[in-house]
Design a protein around this ligand. Structure first.
Ligand code: FES
Ligand code: FES
Length: 135
């Protein structure tokens, strides 16, 4: 987290609890969403780390980012990084998740603003947009 934010200027991951409890700091480590707040650099090895900044192609938002904007799935936005990273990881291995599977995947990402229903809608929209993009 400190390397990403302070050394590399990648401020997508947010510092919330610092205890792997809230999910605000998540990054993709390979294809897995992982909290970065307590992830030591030594554990990363050669595995690629993708932050929210690197999710889309250059100049083009990732379908998950498009969907969260379109569904206005945020109030303060503090949880959005973790929600989008977790959604991207979910859709990579389950392109058509059910509501229950979405809730289970996002269970460890906390939102204090109560934007959960909009976030749920955004994940479903992201699944649709991803499918359209790959068709
Ligand atoms: S800041 Fe990492 S999980 Fe809360
Ligand atoms: S939108 Fe504020 S914490 Fe989720």
């Amino acid at each position: 987290m400190y390397v990403l934010r302070n050394e590399l200027g990648l401020n997508g991951p947010q510092f919330g609890c610092g205890l792997e409890q809230c999910g605000a700091c998540k990054v993709l480590l390979g294809a897995q969403a992982r909290p970065a707040c307590r992830l030591p650099v030594s554990e990363v090895g050669q595995t690629p780390v993708t932050t929210l900044e690197g999710l889309g192609e250059s100049g083009q938002l990732h379908p998950v980012q498009q969907a969260f904007i379109q569904a206005q799935a945020a109030q303060c936005g503090f949880c959005s990084n973790g929600m989008m990273i977790e959604t991207a990881a979910l859709l990579q291995h389950n392109p058509h998740p059910t509501d229950e599977q979405i809730r289970a995947a996002l269970d460890h990402n906390l939102c204090r603003c109560g934007a959960h229903l909009r976030i749920l809608r955004a994940v479903k929209l992201a699944a649709d947009l991803s499918q359209r993009e790959s068709a």
